[in-house]
Design a protein around this ligand. Structure first.
Ligand code: SAM
Length: 278
């Protein structure tokens, strides 16, 4: 029996190609095409865009992107076992799916963006998800080579990505995403939706690049957030001592008695911009 898109059900695809999930590759597959369609729709409009999918696995989200109208999908998968299953999808949608066997952590995505900015969509491998997000946000080139990110994370990571000042989840990740993007959590996906189920609930996060983020050196922003949140319960005059302490805080006009989690993104940017002169 085939699915509504005319391809075999994903469980049959997994069996046919021996795709028993590997924990080391963060393989928790989504086999419900209604659910993958819901995720794919969050990146609308799909037509006319180049969609990059990281980690297509057996292709549940890939199929949804194509069925929902994407006319060009580039799927980057590290596990060679998945390639025959993905090839069958490419044959079903001629000229619309390109498959690249590569490690998403090292591939140069900018080289794929010749037809305009990319929309990145992924049910990310949990072991590399945060690093991939940081790579895409902390890029020297801005605006970046992507126009939107629609990504799945563990709920706790999603909360750190969208966290605002004052929240327990607010930290380095929230400052960096808040500096350059507008990020929001769209919806949760329960553990049971995955094969095999991960330990925790997942969330779909949507990020859009800010056209003109406040100017700052990325390196300085990373140093100041690492120091401030490294000792998040301490006053900034203590935690920022290695970077200039009271003098730095005075130059940036920030009360030295404050703690990291009370600072807005703009205040972190101000600190970053004063590091060298402090
Ligand atoms: N997209 C599929 C789905 O939703 O069912 C699979 C998602 S699974 C959570 C993560 C996928 O990413 C796996 O197929 C895994 O092989 C792949 N993967 C893991 N590390 C990768 C890397 N560094 N580069 C590219 N793909 C990777």
């Amino acid at each position: 029996m085939s699915s509504p898109d005319g391809l075999p059900p994903l469980r049959a695809v997994m069996l046919e190609h021996g795709l028993d999930p590997k924990r080391g590759l963060g393989q928790n597959f989504l086999l419900d095409l209604n659910l993958t369609a819901r995720i794919a729709r969050q990146a609308h409009p799909l037509a006319g865009a180049t969609i990059v999918e990281i980690g297509p696995g057996p292709g549940g989200l890939t199929r949804a992107l194509l069925a929902e109208g994407a006319d060009r999908v580039i799927a980057i998968e590290k596990d060679a076992r998945c390639l025959p299953a993905l090839k069958a999808i490419a044959d079903h949608y001629p000229g619309r799916l390109e498959i690249i066997e590569a490690d998403a952590l090292t591939i140069d995505l900018a080289a794929l963006a010749h037809a305009g900015p990319l929309k990145i969509v992924a049910n990310l491998p949990y072991n590399v998800g945060t690093q991939l997000l940081l790579n895409w946000i902390a890029t020297a080139r801005w605006p970046p080579m992507w126009s939107s990110l629609t990504l799945m994370f563990q709920r706790e990571v999603a909360e750190r990505i969208v966290a605002a000042p004052g929240s327990d989840h607010y930290g380095r990740l929230g400052v960096l995403t808040g500096w350059r993007t507008r990020a929001r959590i769209l919806f949760d996906i329960s553990r049971e939706a995955f094969t095999p189920p991960p330990k925790v609930t997942s969330s779909v996060v949507h990020l859009l690049p800010i056209a003109d983020p406040e100017p700052a050196s990325l390196d300085a922003l990373e140093r100041v957030t690492a120091a401030a949140f490294g000792q998040r319960r301490k006053m900034l005059r203590q935690s920022l001592k290695p970077l200039g302490g009271e003098a730095l805080l005075e130059a940036a006009e920030i009360d030295p008695r404050r703690r990291a989690e009370t600072l807005t993104v703009s205040e972190f940017v101000r600190l970053a911009n004063h590091i060298r002169s402090a």
